[in-house]
Ligand binder design. Structure first.
Ligand code: FES
Length: 120
């Protein structure tokens, strides 16, 4: 199923937002960004260790706004491609999440509604 994660116009340049999808009966943490005008999404998982890039505060960009950063060890990723260009996982890439933009809203594929898991 497709779930709505955002309204396109709510994300300005350099904004980032966390969301979750359901996969194989569990959550997958993800995040949505707008960079150089384009919306993109990735799984919120560093390629160095399987932990989130942010500290649950939706801060995904580095200070310059030119790269995504793992807050724990500082790996830098290209926002356009998800490729790690500096740090312990250089050469690896974040896992992209396909977006569908329709009627001003942003949708992603999920095996269920995250709220359905949150209530348990
Ligand atoms: S866990 Fe992200 S760079 Fe180490």
């Amino acid at each position: 199923m497709k779930i709505k994660i955002a309204v396109e116009s709510e994300l300005n340049e350099g904004d980032a937002r966390s969301f979750r999808i359901v996969r194989e009966g569990g959550y997958v943490g993800c995040f949505l960004i707008r960079f150089q005008g384009v919306l993109r999404a990735y799984e919120n998982r560093c390629r160095h260790l399987p932990i989130s890039l942010d500290y649950d505060d939706a801060r995904f960009f580095d200070k310059t706004g030119s790269h995504l950063i793992c807050q724990t060890h500082g790996a830098l990723y290209e926002p356009e491609t998800g490729a790690c260009v500096e740090g312990p996982c250089q050469g690896a890439s974040l896992f992209p999440i396909a977006l569908e933009c329709r009627d001003g809203s942003v949708y992603v594929e999920s095996e269920g509604r995250p709220e359905s898991l949150e209530s348990h």
